[in-house]
Each structure stands twice: as structure tokens, then as C-alpha cells.
Design a protein around this ligand. Structure first.
Ligand code: HEC
Ligand code: HEC
Length: 247
């Protein structure tokens, strides 16, 4: 697939190369066709990049950079406020790749994670995601229903944007593997994440996600916090699994 992407890029570069400029007008038709096929190619390339098969063993060798934050119980980030770094062990592999790509593309503006994601290839992301999605897995089967009923106030808030319709009835079985499991995630992180979807025009803070932006904006921060606290109190697959740095 990568070869096809490179090929398409080579064609487009050739079309714009200075030595070809005098022919430019005659080539206009051809160029339009090329642009069209390039658009198709890049859509296909994107889809394939997301679908790279990950290798758990290869991933294990690539997480040295992650464990200093994601492998320490209760480790706190200090930007843009103090909150615990998200649990990623037990998170869905496709969602991990999708989140890393969102940092890499600048759709998620957290500076540290942008730096880290930018240093990773598609294969690195797939391997690390395969590793973390299997990390700390037990045979325990989660109930279909949430492990705890929400208060009437929180129930009404969750109902308003139909959170279960995407994140799953127990908030741990999203309808699409590229959507996050949120049951049992740290409350302060969930709150920071939800607020980030509301944040606009800030160069260092915010998430531009078409789906969650429209949803988060329907709520006050106090309401987001109430939902975050409830979601965090639920049983789920998410964990922080401490790891020795000296393996
Ligand atoms: C310096 C600390 C630090 C390091 C090192 C680090 N992370 Fe993160 N990571 C964070 C913080 C803080 C966030 C939350 C950022 C935000 O608010 O969007 C985060 C978010 C994430 C998320 C999104 C989680 C979610 O629920 O959406 C993923 C996935 C992730 N990191 C994977 C990794 C991987 C893989 C590595 C190693 C290659 C890594 N991180 C290294 C601090 C770190
Ligand atoms: C239409 C589907 C849909 C609905 C409805 C929905 N979500 Fe989401 N949610 C998503 C997707 C997709 C993402 C990942 C966005 C991204 O990549 O940043 C997400 C991300 C999140 C995150 C960030 C998780 C993380 O680990 O960073 C939280 C928290 C969240 N949603 C909570 C909620 C709550 C609470 C509701 C109801 C008020 C809700 N969602 C409704 C699809 C949905």
C-alpha cells in the first residue's frame, strides 16, 4: 500500500515539475484525472494505515518510552491542569491507534503526546496498541450492564446525548473498535478530556473531534464532572499495570 501512495505522490510531483511546466496547459486534463486518483489513493492509504496488524511481541520492545507515565499507578500530568495520566492497558487497540494518530495530526493538542506520537510510525502504533490492548487482561467477564446505577441526575445527563449508544451499555464495549472504553478510567482524566472537546482556538489545549465536540458542548463543566465521576466508578477493562524499567 505504501508503494501505491509513493507512486501517486511521484506522479503529482512530476506533473508540477518545472521541466513540465511549458506543457502544463495541455496536461490540464491529465492533471485533473491524476488529482482525482491521488485523492482516492490517499483515502485508501489512510484506511490501510489504520488497519496495520500489530504485533504484541514487537510492541513490548517499543514501550520503554511509555511506562514512565502510563506504567506508574496514579502518575500525574501537570498540563493543562493536574490529573492522572489515562489508563491505557486494556483499552481497545484500534482506539489506541486512532488516539495516537489524533495527536500526530494535531487534532488532539496535548504537547507531550504530540511529541511522542509524531516519533512513531504506523507500525510502531499498531504494535504498541496490540501490546497495551492485551496488557493485564484477565478472564473476568464484564456484565452487560454498568456495575453501578447512576444517580437520577447523572442518568438524565447520560440520556441527553445517548452516551451508551456509542460507548456501550456498560461503557466498556463501544459499538466501534475505534471508539474508547471509558468505564473505570480516571475521573480527573475523563473530565479533562471532555472539557478539551469544548475548547476552541487554544494552540495548546483542545481536541477537534467532530463527534464529541458537538456532544460535550451541550453540558456545563459541572455536568461533565458529574458524568466523569460516575463513569470512573464503574468496573471496566482499563488498568494501569506497573512495569519495571529494568527488564
Ligand atoms: C510524559 C508522560 C507521558 C508519556 C511518556 C507517554 N504518555 Fe501517553 N499520555 C500522557 C498524558 C498526560 C495523556 C493525556 C493527554 C490528553 O489530555 O489528551 C496521554 C494520552 C495517551 C493516549 C490517549 C488515551 C485515551 O484514553 O485517549 C494514548 C493512547 C497514549 N497516551 C499512549 C502512549 C504511548 C503508546 C506512549 C509511549 C510510546 C505514551 N503514551 C507515552 C502522558 C504520557
Ligand atoms: C455518536 C457516538 C458517541 C456518543 C453518542 C458519545 N461518544 Fe464519547 N466518544 C466517541 C468517540 C468516537 C470518541 C473518540 C474521539 C477522539 O478520538 O478523541 C469519544 C471519546 C470520548 C471520551 C474521551 C475518552 C478518552 O479516553 O480520552 C469521553 C470521556 C467520552 N467520549 C464520553 C462520552 C459521554 C459522557 C457521552 C455522553 C454525554 C458520549 N461520550 C457520547 C463517540 C461518542
Amino acid at each position: 500500500m505504501a508503494a501505491v501512495c509513493k507512486g501517486a505522490l511521484a506522479i503529482i510531483r512530476a506533473a508540477f515539475a518545472p521541466e513540465n511546466l511549458p506543457n502544463c496547459l495541455r496536461k490540464m486534463n491529465k492533471l485533473m484525472t491524476t488529482l482525482l486518483s491521488l485523492a482516492v489513493a490517499s483515502v485508501t492509504c489512510g484506511a490501510f494505515a489504520q488497519d496495520k496488524a500489530g504485533d504484541v511481541k514487537a510492541g513490548e520492545k517499543k514501550i520503554a518510552m511509555c511506562i514512565g507515565c502510563h506504567g506508574i499507578h496514579g502518575y500525574q500530568a501537570s498540563f493543562p491542569e493536574i490529573y492522572k495520566v489515562p489508563k491505557i492497558s486494556g483499552q481497545g487497540a484500534k482506539y489506541i491507534v486512532s488516539a495516537l494518530n489524533a495527536y500526530k495530526a494535531g487534532e488532539r493538542k496535548h504537547p507531550t503526546m504530540i511529541g511522542i506520537a509524531t516519533s512513531m510510525s504506523d507500525q510502531d502504533m499498531a504494535d504498541v496498541a496490540a501490546y497495551y490492548s492485551a496488557h493485564g487482561k484477565t478472564d473476568a467477564v464484564l456484565a452487560e450492564k454498568p456495575s453501578k446505577e447512576p444517580s437520577p441526575q447523572v442518568a438524565a445527563l447520560l440520556q441527553k446525548a445517548a452516551c451508551v449508544s456509542c460507548h456501550g451499555a456498560n461503557f466498556a464495549k463501544p459499538i466501534d473498535p475505534s471508539y474508547p472504553k471509558i468505564a473505570g478510567q480516571h475521573a480527573d482524566y475523563l473530565f479533562v478530556a471532555l472539557k478539551a472537546y469544548k475548547t476552541e482556538n487554544n494552540p495548546k489545549v483542545g481536541r477537534t473531534n467532530g463527534v464529541m465536540a458537538g456532544i460535550a458542548k451541550q453540558y456545563t463543566n459541572a455536568e461533565l464532572k458529574a458524568m466523569a465521576n460516575y463513569l470512573s466508578s464503574l468496573d471496566g477493562d482499563l488498568k494501569t499495570v506497573p512495569e519495571s524499567r529494568f527488564r
